[in-house]
Each structure stands twice: as C-alpha cells, then as structure tokens.
Design a binder for this molecule. Structure first.
Ligand code: G3D
Ligand code: MG
Length: 179
C-alpha cells in the first residue's frame, strides 16, 4: 500500500459585500450557482479535495465571511494560518475596486505576506466599470495574480483556487532535502 500525502491549504475570501465571495466559494467547491446557502453572518468554510496523482492530495479549505458585518473577535481566527487570499471585487461596481487597497492592507496586517489573487467577478454581466488593464496593473503592483471570473458561468473559477492547491508542492521543492 502506498501512503498518499495529504496537505491542507487554507484560502480566505475577502472583499466588499455582494461582490460574489460566497458564490465563488460555492461554485468552486460544489460546482453550482445559487442554492440554499445561508447568508454568511460569521465565518463559513467550504472544502474541496484536489488529487495530484503520485504527489498527494490537497484539501482546500475556503473560508468565507460577510465583509462589512465581520466582527472583530473573529478576525484573527479568520486570517490565522491562511496560505492564500482571494480578494474579490465586482467588475460592474467601481467602488468595490476602489476599496481593494483597504482589503490588501487588511490581509497583510493579519496574515502577513501571503500569495494573493485579485478577482474581478461577474464577468458575465454588461456594464463593466473597471478596465482589465487597470485591474491587471493594480494586481501587478501588489504582487498578486489577476483573474476575471463568473460564478454564474464558472469561467476561470477553478484557476483562482487551484493556484493555491499547488503551494504545498512548491514549498517542498524549496525545502532542504531530507537526509
Ligand atoms: P458576497 O458573498 O460577496 O456578499 P454573494 O456575494 O456571493 O452573496 O453574491 C451577491 C449577489 O451577486 C448574489 O445575487 C449573487 O447571485 C450575485 N452573483 C455572484 N456572483 C455572480 C456572477 O458571477 N455573475 C452574476 N451575474 N451574479 C453574481 P442576489 O441577487 O442573490 O443578491
Ligand atoms: Mg457572502
């Protein structure tokens, strides 16, 4: 019997209210859009296992919260041990993009310098208020990767999260060899 290594990766969702954080987490972990999920008042998490044949299995824990209503006492627990953060804005609401510096600052303050994905969501809708180039430039300035997604169609949603799934293998490569 071969023992398969199992890793855990914690990914946190942040961003303004109603940008689609919960919808993206549900789309990724359950491959569906809108169902009976309850509004996130405190902290929820979603789980997905990704298999890498011959290498191991990664459990991705996606932590989701309601932005504004986020109570201070939960904050530390939310950010603790996060391997990556997905910072979401709504492509059709400019102000949600304008708030990104605040979200980046919040993540860095509580979780340190972890890999970031910036996500412009609701790409399926008309009436875009943020140009792709501008968002890409913002992401680059913050050492983040930029994605445009639709939780409705599922477009690019896997990529956002799978990027974090490979982290354990990357850190193995850079770790000193076992002797
Ligand atoms: P939040 O968790 O960031 O607060 P939600 O956001 O996931 O609750 O989504 C807020 C609203 O946006 C929901 O609509 C949801 O269906 C919608 N939404 C989320 N992602 C997308 C998307 O990619 N495309 C479109 N068209 N809509 C999206 P309601 O009507 O339930 O408020
Ligand atoms: Mg939510």
């Amino acid at each position: 019997m071969t023992l398969v290594k199992e890793y855990r990766v914690k990914v946190i969702m942040v961003g303004d209210y109603a940008v689609g954080k919960t919808s993206l987490a549900v789309r990724f972990t359950q491959d569906r859009f809108q169902a009976i999920y309850k509004p996130s008042l405190g902290v929820d998490f979603f789980l997905k296992k990704v298999n890498f044949p011959d290498k191991g299995r990664v459990k991705i824990l996606v932590f989701d919260t309601a932005g504004q209503e986020f109570i201070a006492s939960l904050r530390q627990r939310y950010y603790r041990g996060a391997s990556g953060a997905v910072i979401v804005f709504d492509l059709t609401r400019r102000e949600t993009f304008d708030h990104l510096p605040m979200w980046v600052g919040e993540v860095q303050m509580h979780a340190g310098k972890i890999p970031l994905s910036i996500v412009g969501n609701k790409a399926d809708l008309e009436g875009r208020e943020v140009e792709k180039g501008e968002a890409e430039e913002f992401a680059k300035r913050h050492d983040a990767t930029y994605y445009e997604t639709s939780a409705l169609s599922g477009e690019n949603v896997q990529d956002v999260f799978h990027r974090f799934a490979v982290l354990p293998f990357q850190s193995e490569k850079t770790a000193p060899e076992d002797t």
